[in-house]
Design a protein around this ligand. Structure first.
Ligand code: GUN
Length: 287
């Protein structure tokens, strides 16, 4: 038996269609600025995809570029200017930032009302408390994919591999809010394969190609692969690989996301949704 393959594009289109219908009810097109520091090739592609999708939907998308050696003060000044602009509803600082810049200080500088990445401590705290928040796009997209297969997660055992602020921690908080029993694992977890084998829902977000083997997976589990590791090919090109050994896992799982075309499109769709949510909340506040 092979798993149901979760098509990220098809699920993302459902979110995009809903966002498009909400846009008609807004007084003006929401504005999204993505800030890119440096010229990391993967980040350039992600940023382009985000802005292209914003424009396709009729949002005003723009990229602000800073050189790799830009100082933290330069970046904070740009953020302050974006915070002050009335026509900008969403600000996303593309990660990773160069090592000389303190990402937490940068996240704290973004107006929480425009924090469409959900990385400001206020939004993270609200999520933790179960309050209405702007939630990081990738875990939000993962939850949608999981719930498309299993709408009620009450009592399910969910195992999250990875404890980053952008995926692992908010993913665990969202699953907990759905009344799942959540185990958070990370690089120092002992006996990780045994823990994963107990998971009804397994989310891996560590960026280690092929880490999760077929025998780590409980039969019929829902497996969500957030990993995107660039692996060089003999012809000089590269392939994008997930954290999960797909060919093995697909024989055991009940449902699984491929890489690419799994979680990635959902992240972008949820960013659009967050931008419209921020624009709606801001316009209600300004009235
Ligand atoms: N880098 C990779 N994914 C993301 C994301 O969702 N948000 C930001 N800000 N940076 C990223």
């Amino acid at each position: 038996m092979t798993a149901n393959i979760l098509d990220g594009h098809a699920h993302a289109q459902i979110v995009i269609d809903k966002v498009a219908s909400e846009l008609d009810r807004l007084p003006r097109a929401p504005g999204l600025t993505v800030v890119l520091v440096g010229d990391d090739p993967a980040s350039q592609i992600y940023v382009q995809s985000k802005v292209r999708m914003a424009e396709r939907l009729g949002l005003r998308g723009e990229v602000e570029r800073l050189p790799d050696d830009a100082s933290e003060a330069d970046l904070l000044a740009r953020i302050a200017a974006l915070n002050a602009r009335d026509d900008i509803d969403g600000i996303l600082i593309q990660l990773p930032l160069p090592a000389h810049i303190d990402a937490l200080r940068v996240m704290a500088a973004v107006d929480p009302a425009k924090d469409v990445d959900g990385l400001h401590a206020l939004n993270a705290g609200r999520l933790f408390h179960g309050d209405d928040a702007l939630v990081p796009c990738t875990p939000l997209g993962c939850l949608r994919l999981i719930k498309s297969i299993r709408p009620d997660l009450t009592g399910a055992h969910a195992v999250v591999i990875g404890s980053s602020n952008i995926v692992g921690k908010p993913m665990a908080a969202l699953l907990l809010q759905e009344q799942a029993t959540v185990t958070q694992t990370h690089i120092h977890t002992r006996g990780i394969s045994n823990i994963c084998r107990q998971a009804d829902i397994l989310v891996s977000a560590v960026g280690k190609a092929g880490l999760v083997r077929g025998d780590w997976i409980k039969p019929q589990a829902i497996v969500i692969d957030v990993g995107t590791t660039r692996v060089e090919k003999p012809d000089g090109g590269y392939a994008v690989c997930g954290d999960v050994s797909f060919d093995e896992a697909v024989q055991v799982a009940g449902a699984i996301t491929p890489v690419p075309r799994g979680v990635g499109p959902m992240t972008i769709a949820c960013l659009m949704e967050n931008t419209v949510k921020a624009a709606k909340a801001r316009s209600a506040r300004l009235q």
